[in-house]
Design a protein around this ligand. Structure first.
Ligand code: B12
Length: 213
């Protein structure tokens, strides 16, 4: 029987071919989907990051770990998402220009969708203007969420938020949420975002609060 520990290890070691069966096995054995995600896969990515920082592994290994996690999340998806899609309005989501990290953003999308939003995912390396365009052209937009994972793209996040504000997004009643590992509440306040949360679960709770306030 696959355990949370084994799932974490498969992600850490980038065992792309083994992850789906292991996650399914764990689910079948009654292991909680949220625990598999948080204590298994997300924790494993933390270990991968630490090893990268210590020069024990390099970008290719990080990439394979990311691929492995994505495959594992696909199996978890039906167990995490709800079925009230779209009721709370539209949530525009993307990773800012210059940044290619999307695992965290995708998890935010998944949780936001299960909270009852229609999610429009603009992908990675998204120019500020594209966020503005989507916020103005999509139907019933309530929130724009932007993700940044690198200290070097925090400036890009700041530019995104300020471009959105300058384009009059807040006057349309649309809120701006930011997140990503290097982001803090203080930074979010400084750049003029309406909300920051440290993880996807809290993002869903906050989004619901903002959209129904
Ligand atoms: C996987 C990975 C990669 C993969 C990304 C694959 C992909 N498709 O995403 C690849 C190999 C491409 C990569 C590349 C690089 N990476 Co990288 N990467 C990582 C790693 C190991 C994991 C990231 C991850 O997925 N974490 C798991 C998710 C679930 O967590 P998360 O992203 O933080 O998201 C959560 C919250 O932050 C929050 N959240 C996220 N977004 C949002 C948005 C909103 C609106 C809200 C409310 C919340 C929210 O909710 C999420 C879920 O709970 C991290 C290490 C780490 N510990 O983070 C390094 C890390 C981020 N990378 C790093 C670096 C240096 C790089 C490179 C520059 C390496 C290089 N020399 O080329 C490049 C940059 C490429 C680019 N231009 O973006 C550094 C950044 C250091 C720094 N201070 O900036 C890290 C921290 C590793 C390290 N310890 O040194 N990387």
């Amino acid at each position: 029987m696959a355990s949370i520990q084994e799932v974490a290890e498969l992600v850490e070691k980038g065992k792309v071919k083994l992850i789906e069966a292991a996650v399914q096995e764990a689910l079948d054995a009654g292991v909680d989907a949220g625990a598999l995600l948080n204590d298994g896969m997300i924790a494993a990515m933390g270990v991968v990051g630490a090893k990268f920082q210590a020069n024990e592994i390099f970008v290719p290994e990080m990439l394979v770990a990311a691929k492995t996690m994505k495959k594992g999340v696909e199996v978890l998806k039906p167990h995490l998402a709800g079925d009230s899609v779209g009721q709370l309005g539209t949530y525009i989501l993307g990773t800012v220009a210059g940044d290619l990290h999307d695992i965290g953003k995708n998890l935010v999308g998944l949780m936001i969708e299960s909270a009852g939003f229609r999610v429009v995912d603009l992908g990675v390396d998204v120019p500020a203007e594209k966020f503005v365009e989507a916020a103005k052209s999509e139907q019933n937009v309530k929130i724009v969420g932007a993700s940044a994972l690198l200290t070097t793209t925090m400036d890009s996040l700041k530019n995104t938020v300020q471009t959105l504000i300058a384009a009059g997004i807040k006057e349309l009643g649309i809120k701006i949420m930011v997140g990503g590992a290097p982001i803090t509440q203080a930074f979010a306040d400084e750049i003029g975002a309406d909300a920051y949360t440290p993880d996807a679960g809290a993002a869903a709770v906050k989004a619901k609060e903002l959209a129904t306030a």
